[in-house]
Design a protein around this ligand. Sequence first.
Ligand SMILES: [Zn+2]
Length: 278
Amino acid sequence: MASELDIAGFQTALKAKGFYGGEVDGTLNPATKQAMDAMFAQEATSGRLAPGWQGWTDPRRKLAMEQAIMRDAGIAVGEIDGLIGPATRFARDSYQNLLATGKPIIIPERDETPAKPIPATGKATIWPRQAECESFYGPVGTNQVLLTLPYVMRLSWDPSQRVRRFSCHAKVHDAFLRVFEQTLKTYGEDRIRELRLDLFGGCLNVRKMRGGTQMSMHSWGIAIDLDPENNALQMTKAKATFARPDYDDFWRIVESEGLVSLGRVRDFDWMHFQAARL
Ligand SMILES: [Zn+2]
């Protein structure tokens, strides 16, 4: 996993942007701090920061500047919000790759929709293909309802925050609810916590696919991410924890609803499952 941008990395980027005139020496000297403040001010005045930026702490401002630097390098980072999440983590990997090889990480075939039949699952809903989502679910971000979870989750990027309900599309509500009910029945709360099946990484989020040009399945609130830290976008089954046998029952539950795990089908993005076929 890529780590955060170091001071030398900041200095190099700030120098290229004309904010910093000093040496790239890896020390957080006053000129470097000034340069970061200047860049932050420019982002703020040009309206490119997420709301509430006036109250951000220093670490959050720093992460926001890192996001802005990656964005300016042509990498999709989503909102410049100074918060660590799957988008920022993946952007970091992509940015490091860009610095090392001259190319960001492109996820192969992200925009393609090869036919991969899912096994027959009794009475499970036949979900639309990815390309049919607009006609099946309607415009992105619409028809949302609140799903109340049968067990309390934690926000993956801030586990001190509890998640008791979240927004999802009305058409997937019942299937998603059954997944969590069955998960609770099968594993119990202690085991769920141990397996980090209670770390909520997001559902509704209107945005483009990472590394792609089509809308993300999250845009309709029909995809859920769990424990993104241990199941990052580019991790294969060698690293992703959700690929372990401990989770076989969980995936059986997900797949019995006809839902699709990108990890199981494509061996990437193990955090994610969706109510759309590939
Ligand atoms: Zn996802």
